[in-house]
Design a protein around this ligand. Structure first.
Ligand code: ADP
Ligand code: MG
Ligand code: ZN
Length: 511
């Protein structure tokens, strides 16, 4: 608005001067110069629109990051050189220039970098590897230069003596050199290394580079050399206590019902990342909103876990006949699962979600990193039980077990490769495919027989309870166990089994 006014007045003034026969050429020249200058300035600021300066508010602290105790401590320790720079200088210690955070997505790497800035009272700038990659050669390198320049400017402006630059997805620019089709990546990487090499302790403000990747294996070794990213910190998926910690943090500002057992939820969410837990708590709150409730209940959390794991409920509406078949199928999984490891069925549902027509969710007993031969065999039993229950009830099978079979054979393969099959100890690399396939087949057919035997005493009961599942759509573990106890099966299986994580990446609808 003001601009238009000024232009208008300017033109009127020039015209007026012209009318008075004043020489207006110098005036016009100056005006033209001004406009040119203005355009150039505009271009320059537009050239770096991609990096975000988040210096204004980055009040993320380490307290807001759940789990990750080891990573947090390691990082704090590494950052102490920034907090006690004088002592480091007097001891002549080479400063740390780069810290690399590695780990799967959503585990809190970005949060860590922000907390690091708070902890060291530094300004914080962030950029993503992919932002540096452009069609035009040289732009990436220019952006790197710009980033460091702006980091120093910003620190000076805010009167801080350090800045943290966070480069997310560093693998995009820091992949091994010479692998890419054009040289843009290389130039960007070289520029980054040059900037890092140029930094030293006496410089104020000091710039620390933090970077994140989930592919540390493909990084150019030049990046990991001393004086560059010489500190690597692993930010892994949280264990059970970590998950509980994160859930507590996320639930703090939400109206959670009193009977909600976060510990139970932490136990059920094996393999969840921090970001997934955040989304879980959020989904639960959304369910409360939809149901017009004031508090978030345990049941809402349960549905939210399903949603995060399997996806949104689909509009798919199976026929009644299909629903009954899905119920029978899921009961097969549930019965064997409960036989192998009592008390672990969390719930059974036949509401279609994502790519699954129905599923049984289990509570993992504890985070587990090693499995015995027996446990793997029992997992195969659970995976096969769905289609075998269908067979027991209907006399035939359906296409819904495709994913179960993928799971079962992958488990069988693990048995062979880990030396737990009839073949004994094997070297995975020198194991002929044919031999492997033959043994996998043998294991599957053996376990199929075992599972059939375990299921057969339940034939009549499955029929009755399936009807109940169809009506209720979702049956929780307690109710299911009560039903299991009301029967007297002839054969009981031994010890423990744990059902593998349900995966959502299947081709056809599964159950
Ligand atoms: P990454 O950078 O490792 O992919 P982020 O730091 O971007 O993960 O995390 C994304 C979101 O997930 C965060 O904003 C936060 O809400 C949540 N989150 C992830 N990990 C944690 C954690 N350890 N503690 C608390 N929240 C977390
Ligand atoms: Mg991130
Ligand atoms: Zn199944």
């Amino acid at each position: 608005m003001i601009k238009e006014w000024l232009i208008g007045i300017g033109i009127a003034l020039v015209a007026f001067l012209g009318l008075l026969h004043v020489n207006i050429l110098p005036v016009l020249f100056l005006l033209g110069l001004g406009v040119l200058l203005w355009i150039v300035m505009d271009r320059r600021t537009a050239a770096t629109p991609t990096t975000r300066d988040v210096s204004v508010r980055h009040d993320i602290s380490f307290e807001q990051i759940g789990g990750q105790e080891i990573a947090k401590n390691e990082l704090k320790e590494a950052l102490d050189f920034l907090r006690y720079r004088d002592r480091i200088k007097s001891l002549g210690i080479r400063p740390l220039k780069g810290i690399l955070l590695t780990g799967p997505p959503g585990t809190g790497k970005t949060l860590m970098a922000k907390a690091a800035a708070t902890y060291t009272d530094s300004v914080f700038l962030s950029a993503t590897g992919s932002e540096f990659v452009e069609m035009y050669v040289g732009v990436g390198a220019q952006r790197v230069r710009d980033l460091f320049r702006r980091a120093r400017q910003m620190a000076k402006r805010e009167n801080k003596d350090s800045a943290i630059i966070f480069v997310d997805e560093i693998d995009v620019v820091g992949g091994r050199r010479g692998q890419h089709s054009h040289q843009e990546y290389d130039q960007t990487l070289n520029q980054l290394l040059t900037e890092m090499d140029g930094m030293n302790t006496t410089q104020t403000p000091f710039v620390l580079v933090m970077a994140a990747t989930n592919r540390p294996d493909i990084l150019d070794s030049a990046l990991l050399r001393p004086g560059r990213f010489d500190r690597q910190i692993k930010v892994d998926l949280p264990d059970k206590d970590g998950r509980l910690h994160i859930l507590r943090i996320m639930a703090k500002d939400k109206p959670i019902a009193e009977d909600v057992n976060l510990e139970h939820i932490a136990r059920e969410t094996y393999g969840f990342s921090g970001a997934q837990l955040e989304s879980l708590v959020n989904e639960a709150a959304i369910i409360a909103l939809r149901q017009d409730k004031k508090t978030v209940t345990q049941e809402m959390f349960r549905d939210a876990v399903d949603k995060v794991l399997m996806g949104e409920k689909t509009g798919r509406r199976p026929t009644d006949e299909e629903l009954r078949r899905v119920a029978v199928h899921e009961l097969g999984h549930a019965i064997i699962s409960e036989l192998m490891r009592p008390g672990t069925v969390s719930h059974i549902t036949i509401a279609p979600r994502g790519n699954a027509l129905g599923f049984v969710r289990q509570i993992p007993e504890a985070d587990q990193y090693l499995y015995t031969k027996q446990q793997l065999a029992q997992q195969i039993n659970v995976a096969l039980a769905g289609c075998l229950a269908e067979e027991l009830h209907y006399g035939d099978r359906s296409t819904g077990a495709q994913n179960d079979f993928v799971q079962a054979s992958s488990l069988a393969r693990t048995l062979v490769k880990c030396g737990l099959s009839r073949l004994g100890i094997v070297d995975e690399e020198h194991l002929p495919d044919q031999l492997l396939e033959k043994e996998v087949r043998y294991i599957l057919s053996e376990q199929e027989k075992i599972t059939q035997e375990l299921l057969s005493p339940y034939k009549a009961d499955i029929e009755r309870f399936a009807e109940h599942v169809v009506q209720e759509e979702s049956v929780d573990g307690k109710e299911f166990r009560k039903w299991m106890e009301s029967m007297q099966p002839q054969s009981l299986a031994s010890a423990a089994v744990s059902r593998p994580q349900l995966s959502t990446s299947e081709v056809s609808p599964s159950m």
